[in-house]
Design a protein around this ligand. Structure first.
Ligand code: PXP
Length: 245
């Protein structure tokens, strides 16, 4: 069955809206863990708009399941990661003005710098994932620079599914993801995916046998407003169980 990493950034988004100490990110992570999530993901953004440094350190010491730290490939973030030592770091592109991560990293245009970042993280015993678009050239570049994992950006997949699951745009995007996943798997990379995945669009991508883990945040936290977080995580896990091949 495909694993589920729950991204809890938006618990911190609610907390930071009032600069309060609740809702607790740690409590949310514990609930996800006990509901069966196989990992917790947080994105420490350069502007600290949701997750704070303290959250990352506390989550690392609290969790029994792996912590996946999403971050930009900057010196500041690399130093934090090397100190915290999460199980995984996922390198993402980051723009201050964006609402959320808008696309994959362009590894090809910054191979040398990213190789150095990957080496510094791996030296600290951290497995490194690259968040990339479903593009074979980027998959190969991730392998060339020594990444362990690729997380395929599913933003367009989610967007086209919403327009129509029977559209050419959607089937083309799913086929690009399938090709990228199989190329990555052949190169020995672990294949994850995430961004915009929800309870409705999860089924088709579950059919890709190379998929190891999905990182899902917004749809789970949004559903939790009505059902509670435990039920929202369990419902997503039930979908993964139903549709994983
Ligand atoms: N994976 C990455 C690399 C992301 O940047 C995000 C968004 O923070 C997610 C997964 C989760 O996306 P969503 O919140 O849309 O489920």
């Amino acid at each position: 069955m495909i694993k589920l990493g729950v991204n809890i950034d938006h618990i911190a988004t609610v907390r930071q809206a009032r600069k309060e100490d609740f809702p607790s990110v740690l409590h949310a992570a514990e609930v996800c863990q006990s509901a069966g999530a196989t990992g917790i993901t947080v994105h420490l953004r350069e502007d600290r708009r949701h997750i704070q440094d303290k959250d990352v350190y506390e989550l690392k010491s609290l969790l029994n399941i792996p912590l996946n730290l999403e971050m930009a490939a900057t010196d500041e973030m690399v130093n934090i990661a090397r100190e915290v030592k999460p199980a995984f770091v996922c390198l993402v592109p980051e723009k201050r003005e964006e609402l959320t991560t808008e696309g994959g990293l362009n590894i090809l245009s910054q191979k040398e710098r990213l190789t150095d970042v990957v080496n510094r993280l791996k030296d600290a015993g951290i497995k490194v994932s690259m968040f990339i678009d479903a593009d074979i050239a980027q998959v190969k570049a991730a392998s060339d620079i020594g990444a362990d994992i690729i997380e395929i950006h599913t933003g367009n997949y989610a967007k086209y599914f919403k327009l129509s699951a029977s559209s050419k745009e959607f089937t083309d995007e799913l086929s690009k993801i399938a090709k990228a996943a199989s190329a990555g798997h052949a190169l020995g990379l672990t294949i994850n995916a995430g961004h915009g995945l929800d309870y409705d669009n999860i089924a088709p991508i579950c059919a890709l046998k190379e998929m190891n883990e999905f990182n899902i945040g917004f749809s789970i936290v949004a559903r939790a407003v009505f059902t509670g977080l435990d039920a929202a995580v369990r419902e997503m896990l039930a979908k993964l169980k139903q549709y994983s091949c």
